[in-house]
Design a protein around this ligand. Structure first.
Ligand SMILES: Cc1cc2nc3c(=O)[nH]c(=O)nc-3n(C[C@H](O)[C@H](O)[C@H](O)COP(=O)(O)OP(=O)(O)OC[C@H]3O[C@@H](n4cnc5c(N)ncnc54)[C@H](O)[C@@H]3O)c2cc1C
Length: 447
């Protein structure tokens, strides 16, 4: 590489999504010299938003700000002092043509009577069997769902929905990530829900905030503001080589020499850029499962129902698993008198959706939303667009824990820090990414 330009930096951060810019900000606050290397023309990753024709859409799917982690929630809210709208969640499940309150177990009395009986009867039967020790402990995600909610809620909603979003059989998924995180709903709440007394589930998310202007990207932009000058966009990391105690990082044209290297890019991409990766490590990395997403953006004339977002478990209704209504989070994301709709379709590379042209996917979504009476008239549509992302959700299959341990161990030996959703290869929301960036910086300080 005779023509390459060489740059010396202290800490190189690979990837300028939320994790990369948060790390940069926190490290810079500690006086560490950082450079963020981001391959796209704009930083923000899955948290970017597109402003077009008066509409603002989150390109990585609909995003809201919420957290159980008080420190992280304060951090996020502090980033948007004048630009935040608080909303009460009004999420639904579109079930047999009706809107059922979300979470499903909190909306049981809205179900047809037979379905309500099936859900509550199976819940109680399961509860008794578990209490008597007659039900073996679950060994996979599907069994965990049945064990926790009973066969009724499992068959009518949780299994079809989960299989629609993950595009993966639930019996081939691990349960390590849900066990202990989602408790069995209290029996009192189930009875209340069945007879129509209001109950609330996932209360940490029942009130959420959203930037008034600029979409979710406003959050990353604000986090990045003190370190913007250290973000180098258009730098597609294609090789990372350790020489002595330093890292040589290249995009094919330029070489960055760094004293330390933290990766927030997908593990698969990091491994592609490393030399001499043992076959066993490559194999484990290749076996890690994830899915991709197509996000369909639709702008319509007029006002829509006051629903934040809805889950659509039924495969027959449409390819999308979730449809959100961002103009109900902030009126400023659509022109006056208009509304915004964002439909999310997950898929795997090589499957039917991955091969469908964008226009066909958009037409499918419009037709399905018209059948569901969400779009009243095609004439109301004033804007459509679509964005795809290869890395959308980590899928925890049964071999996940074995494979991820091999890959992380290899990266640790190289001294490359891993922070972020696809770098740690964990189901991290924004709060999880920020928490892990905070912990990473704290550990460096203590180390
Ligand atoms: C459909 C959907 C909805 C979501 N909704 C919510 C929500 O409501 N609330 C919430 O808290 N979280 C939500 N999330 C999660 C949230 O988007 C992620 O937690 C967060 O954006 C992950 O940030 P990251 O920086 O770790 O990863 P990314 O955003 O993936 O960033 C990685 C960055 O690395 C860059 N990169 C990749 N390869 C290279 C390379 N070779 N060289 C240089 N740069 C590279 C990418 O361009 C990208 O900018 C949602 C996610 C999805 C998919």
């Amino acid at each position: 590489m005779i023509d390459s330009e060489l740059f010396d930096v202290k800490t190189a951060i690979l990837g300028g999504g939320l994790s990369g810019v948060t790390l940069a900000r926190l490290l810079a606050q500690k006086g560490v010299e950082v450079t963020v290397l981001e391959r796209e023309p704009n930083f923000g990753g899955l948290c970017r938003s597109v402003l077009d024709s008066g509409f603002t859409f989150d390109i990585g799917g609909s995003h809201i700000i919420f957290s159980r982690d008080a420190q992280v929630l304060t951090f996020m809210n502090d980033m948007l002092p004048q630009n935040s709208q608080r909303n009460c969640r009004s999420a639904k499940i579109f079930y047999k043509g009706q809107y059922i309150k979300y979470p499903f177990e909190n909306g049981l009395n809205q179900l047809p009577k037979d379905d309500l009986f099936f859900c509550i009867n199976e819940f109680i039967k399961t509860l008794i069997a578990v209490e008597k020790g007659k039900l073996p402990s679950p060994g996979n995600f599907r069994e965990w769902i049945i064990h926790t909610f009973g066969k009724g809620i499992a068959d009518l909603y949780l299994i079809p929905y989960n299989e629609k979003i993950w595009k993966f059989p639930t019996e081939q998924m691990s349960l390590h990530w849900v066990e202990g995180r989602i408790p069995r709903p209290p029996v009192e709440d189930m009875i209340k829900s069945a007879i129509g007394i209001e109950t609330e589930g996932y209360t940490h998310q029942s009130v959420f905030s959203y930037p008034r202007k600029g979409g979710i990207e406003a959050l990353v932009k604000s986090i990045a503001s003190p370190v913007k000058k250290f973000i180098r966009t258009g730098f597609n990391v294609s090789s990372v080589r350790k020489e002595g105690e330093q890292y040589l990082i290249s995009d094919g044209d330029n070489i960055i020499i760094a004293d330390s290297c933290i990766s927030t890019i997908p593990l698969q991409r990091l491994l592609e850029s490393l030399e001499n990766v043992p076959e066993s490590v490559r194999k484990s990395c290749n076996e890690l499962k994830y899915n991709s997403i197509a996000c369909v953006f639709i702008g319509v004339r007029g006002k829509l129902q006051d629903i934040s977002w809805m889950y659509v478990p039924d495969k027959e209704l449409g390819l999308f698993n979730r449809v959100s209504f961002p103009s109900n989070y902030s009126p400023d994301v659509a022109p006056a008198g208009h509304s915004a709709i964002l439909a999310e379709i997950t898929y795997h590379e090589g499957d039917g959706v991955s091969e469908m042209p964008d226009r066909k996917i958009i037409d499918h979504v419009i037709k399905a939303l018209k059948n569901m009476n969400i779009i009243k008239d095609r004439e109301d549509i004033v804007y459509t667009a679509l964005q795809r992302h290869r890395f959308a959700y980590v899928i925890y299959d049964l071999d996940y824990q074995k494979n991820i341990a091999v890959v992380k161990d290899f990266c640790a030996k190289l001294g490359i820090g891993l922070v972020g959703r696809f770098s740690e290869f964990e189901y991290l929301n924004m709060d999880g990414c920020i928490r892990n960036a905070m912990n990473f910086v704290r550990n460096i300080n203590e180390g």
